[in-house]
Design a protein around this ligand. Structure first.
Ligand SMILES: Cc1cn([C@H]2C[C@H](O)[C@@H](COP(=O)(O)OP(=O)(O)OP(=O)(O)O)O2)c(=O)[nH]c1=O
Length: 198
């Protein structure tokens, strides 16, 4: 089985490396078109768009393959937060999230291709994250670390923002960008055992 990660995210790459999977990276570069309101639908749909873009690029396949697409957003009350566009946007996001709880959604689409058969399987993980209150000076300091800019919700739980995380409920790796345990379980359901392969 060949595994392809349809992502340019270094965090997703590191998480797949961490579990010992051998895989190729083919980032999806198409524009993400949001057409849903509920965060779980948004992330599943965007993850499918990313994985399907790679399927279209690979018309001739010689061995069975699994393509993995993923997308992460932060939801605070009715607001969905993607990546901040600029410093002001990052400040707005971190101000919204500090001193309260929010949810992080990561959607994953696995596309299994073997012979003539293609199986598309999407799912999502929801993780609740609670942040301590942050003073204005702390928010400014955090934005100056530049960490917020390529991350949904404008923070990285795995970086300096860790000092502001009071608690989480759910999968930590999903917040970082890829729920590897759930992916393993879902692959098993599809009949793919990444460690049992000969
Ligand atoms: C909330 C949070 C998000 N993130 C990251 C994970 C994702 O990389 C990013 C959300 O953006 P995404 O659009 O999901 O992914 P991406 O653009 O980085 O990569 P690609 O589309 O090529 O797969 O935010 C963290 O690293 N830490 C966090 O705590």
């Amino acid at each position: 089985m060949k595994y392809i990660l349809a992502s340019a995210s270094p965090r997703r790459r590191e998480l797949l490396e961490q579990i010992g999977l051998e895989f190729e990276i083919i980032p999806a570069c198409g524009e993400e078109v949001i057409q849903y309101e509920r965060p779980e639908e948004v992330v599943m749909d965007l993850s499918r768009q990313k994985a399907e873009e790679i399927v279209k690029k690979r018309t001739e396949i010689t061995i069975p393959e699994v393509i993995i697409g993923a997308d992460t957003v932060v939801a605070y009350k009715d607001t969905i937060l993607g990546k901040p566009k600029d410093k002001g946007d990052a400040y707005r996001m971190i101000s919204l999230l500090q001193g309260d709880s929010h949810k992080v959604y990561t959607g994953v689409t696995l596309i299994l291709r073997s012979g003539e058969k293609t199986t598309v399987h999407s799912f999502f993980e929801e993780t609740k994250v609670t942040m301590y209150p942050m003073s204005e000076a702390e928010r400014e300091w955090y934005i100056d670390t530049k960490e917020p800019f390529d991350k949904a919700g404008g923070y990285g739980i795995q970086g300096k923002c860790a000092i502001f995380i009071e608690k989480i409920s759910g999968d930590y790796n999903s917040v970082v960008g890829l729920p590897v345990a759930r992916i393993y379980q879902e692959l098993l359901k599809l009949g793919v055992d990444i460690y049992g392969e000969s």
